[in-house]
Design a protein around this ligand. Sequence first.
Ligand code: NAP
Length: 305
Amino acid sequence: MYNLLSQQDKLVVVTGSNSGTGKEAARRLAGAGAQVIMAVRSLSKGHGARKEILAQYPDARLDVRHLDVADLSSVRAFAETLLTENRPLNILVNNAGVMAPPERLVSVDGFELQFATNFLGPFSLTLRLLPLLRAAKEGRIATMSSSVAAVGTIRYKDLQRERHYVPYLAYAQSKLADLLFAQQLARVANQRGWNLMSNAAHPGFTRTNLLTAGASLGRGHQRPAWLTNLMFLASQGVGPGSEPLLYAATSPDALSGAYYGPGRLFGLVGPTTLVRVPRSARHDGDGARLWQVAEELTGVALSDA
Ligand SMILES: NC(=O)c1ccc[n+]([C@@H]2O[C@H](COP(=O)([O-])OP(=O)(O)OC[C@H]3O[C@@H](n4cnc5c(N)ncnc54)[C@H](OP(=O)(O)O)[C@@H]3O)[C@@H](O)[C@H]2O)c1
């Protein structure tokens, strides 16, 4: 088990922290002394998760706030409140995500839902919070990708998957985008001489709501048989599943631009290790190109930060 060092005096934001790896990350971080802002789209679910964590850690400092990462106006409102409070932000954990809705859905801003939730929202949130992250002694951003990023392509001619929607390919695109973004941010920080770490993680195959409510968005869709079989063969609980993300977000040994995931059974389970970045995410130019497109789509640019 990854031994989380004391996070006393740290302010942390964890998106999607009412369930799965986000809730577990919030629990471990709060248990280690961090003040955790649980950024959730459902306040009632967020308060439920907070109560559970408090049952274990009665002194945990947990602040539940509304954030719908798929809605750029919600991202702006959430970030503006934090900017007004003006406290240095030590760690941003971009964890919230949705996987493979069976039909193509769009966000309130008109983007394909997975691209909006898994990438454009975290992109705009991160850029908006950069002043606070840079104000911390060593700000850190850990972004959750997925091993399926390896089979993803960024289809610039049909980014919103309007022409041809294949649920898991659209998911793979959004998770490849996360990986490209995390690495590009590390490059930007390095080029600008910022004391800021950006890296990525994936949880292997972890048993969470993503495989049930996540895939159907709560509409009772059956998960595919191959997913059920894989879950039976090689999957892990949320404790080990959250460790790559926690390692990326907190370990003194973690590296900027790196990618962490489980080390056994083709990366599906096991202890955290440094993961080889897939070929599709290795070129600097790809990260820069995607960044530019994301700035255009979200209206949030680096120069604003
Ligand atoms: N489980 C795996 O094997 C696996 C594998 C690869 C990558 N991942 C990634 O791990 C991350 C966490 O997923 P999980 O497995 O822990 O699944 P989960 O239990 O379904 O958690 C996903 C979290 O994201 C939140 N969320 C979804 N859309 C949101 C939005 N628009 N705004 C704010 N929050 C939103 C969900 O909130 P609600 O409860 O309100 O829906 C939930 O708290 C995701 O990025 C996922 O892509 C998971």
